[in-house]
Ligand binder design. Sequence first.
Ligand SMILES: [Zn+2]
Ligand SMILES: [Zn+2]
Length: 353
Amino acid sequence: MRRAQIVRWGEPLEIREYPTPKPQGTEVLVRVTACGVCHSDLHIHQGFFDLGGGEKLSIEERGVRLPFTMGHEIAGEVVELGPDAPRGLAEPGREYVVHPWIGCGSCAFCKKGLEHYCPKPRFLGTVVDGGYGDYVIVPHPRYLVPFDGLPREVACTLACSGVTAFGALQKIGRELDGWPVMLLGLGGVGAAALAMIRLVTDAPVYVADIDPKKRDYALSRGAAAVFDPAEAGAEKKVREASGGGVGTVIDFVGRPETARFALGSLVTKGGTLVVVGLYGDRLQIPMPYFPLRALTIRGSYVGTVEDLRTLVRLAQEGRFEPVPVHTRPLEEANAALEDLAAGRVVGRQVLVP
Ligand SMILES: [Zn+2]
Ligand SMILES: [Zn+2]
């Protein structure tokens, strides 16, 4: 089997040949049929997250060893179940979306179903080998979600951009229900959030992005107003358009500039900023804002296998229109990462081995 791997941090991926693994214990061998390219893959590929002030959060310190196979938005066909894998959860020959946010299985978080908060994660494609390859090993069939009726290129994106967007939308500030919500940064996850927002609120939706193409796309998909956050006085325009500010901003970029724009666009009191993007650097914020502005700043990180099941069902019922996807062969993994880094992608790129 082939794997497109990071061999040295930040250098082009190399396609290497390996023996196809045999599933052990409860494991399942899955033949990858589609794997989305996520913005966080750019950070993993570089080997670190930027904490600002010259500090870095290294991927190696999180236990990742090279060569490493990225890819956490995986759809694939079950080939073989390990000898101890319970029968009835997944059938050979059928295709599934793989839930990649897999924990240790025994800590307090995992026991509560919050495997994505596990301190000893086994996340596919970010900690252990993922879907940029012909096959992937999944630790247990309970992480496989059938998606009959959906295109595989669309279904796979629900595992990260889908559940991440869905999870962030659940965190819209309830206190200011009905106030406009602003989605900041219309990459793959932001676009997924725009597609799903009517599942959670009827509030007017604003979109801010520096790219006019993405602003046009937002208007074509129902945004009430769009803004260019790089324009001078953009915050003032948002406050004027909304009659005092938006209730919640979801920041899909995660830079100090976007957070400052968000804080300037929020209502004077009671607003919520949800940070999802991992772009990096650090934010300075006057402490009195927290009480004086009754301000909430919170993060949101992927989701549970139950979130994925819910989202697949909602997609099957046609309750939201999926984001556009562009498929590319596995051999183009490097070009896909470059296009994503250069901001040339509207929607999601999906590698097809
Ligand atoms: Zn992702
Ligand atoms: Zn755990």
